[in-house]
Design a protein around this ligand. Structure first.
Ligand code: HEM
Length: 177
């Protein structure tokens, strides 16, 4: 089960998050241009895109004992699915949470798409590194990326959400490497 968790968790998640993030940036070309011009914004771009449009939107816990939360009893053994996507728009934590802004100030507020607590994502550092590497390069090489056709998305109930089909058009820019 652990090997399975690492293989599935290590591949399907990050590629779907990249798909979600690219889809999101096509709706915010000003932010895409900003990232291309300032690649040092990559860590903030990753956190903000995962906050705003995460590939995983909930996690699962079981109540190990009776829990009363806001006058509601969750008896021991109840399966609970806290919505991390909703928490990522919590106005007590994020100013103007409905706005996608990779320069969000102050940076580093905790987005919950990697979960929390004892089961916090084992691969968070790897996924962050991969996404932080990919996004500025794609922003620089595909500066005018745009959806070209109809994007199709997995069902919102999918455990790992993302585009099943994301046709794009772009003018390739040369590498400065
Ligand atoms: C953007 C990419 C990723 C996202 C959004 C993501 C998200 C998550 C979430 C929400 C959890 C459950 C956390 C909780 O219940 O509190 C989790 C657990 C886990 N993730 Fe990831 N993950 C990503 C990438 C990866 C990668 C790259 C690996 C491995 C190389 C990985 C391996 C795991 C494993 C093994 C667990 C189970 C940890 C445990 O139960 O103790 N994940 N991940």
């Amino acid at each position: 089960m652990m090997v399975d968790a690492v293989i599935i968790g290590g591949t399907d998640t990050t590629r779907n998050q990249l798909g979600c993030t690219i889809g999101l940036f096509t709706e915010h070309p000003d932010q895409w241009k900003l990232l291309a011009a300032q690649p040092d914004l990559a860590p903030q771009a990753v956190e903000e895109s995962m906050r705003y449009f995460g590939a995983i939107r909930a996690t699962i816990r079981f109540a190990t004992e009776d829990i009363v939360y806001r006058d509601t009893l969750f008896p021991a053994g109840t399966m609970i699915m806290p919505s991390t996507a909703t928490a990522n728009r919590d106005t007590d934590v994020f100013d103007d949470p409905a706005t996608f802004d990779i320069t969000r100030d102050p940076p580093g507020q905790p987005q919950l798409t990697f979960g929390s607590g004892i089961h916090y994502c084992l691969g968070a550092a790897l996924a962050r590194a991969e996404l932080q590497e990919a996004l500025p390069i794609i922003a620089q090489r595909m500066p005018d990326i745009a959806v070209d056709g109809v994007a199709e998305w997995k069902p919102s109930t999918a455990a790992i959400f993302g585009p099943s089909h994301l046709p794009v058009t772009f003018t390739p820019a040369s590498s400065n490497d």
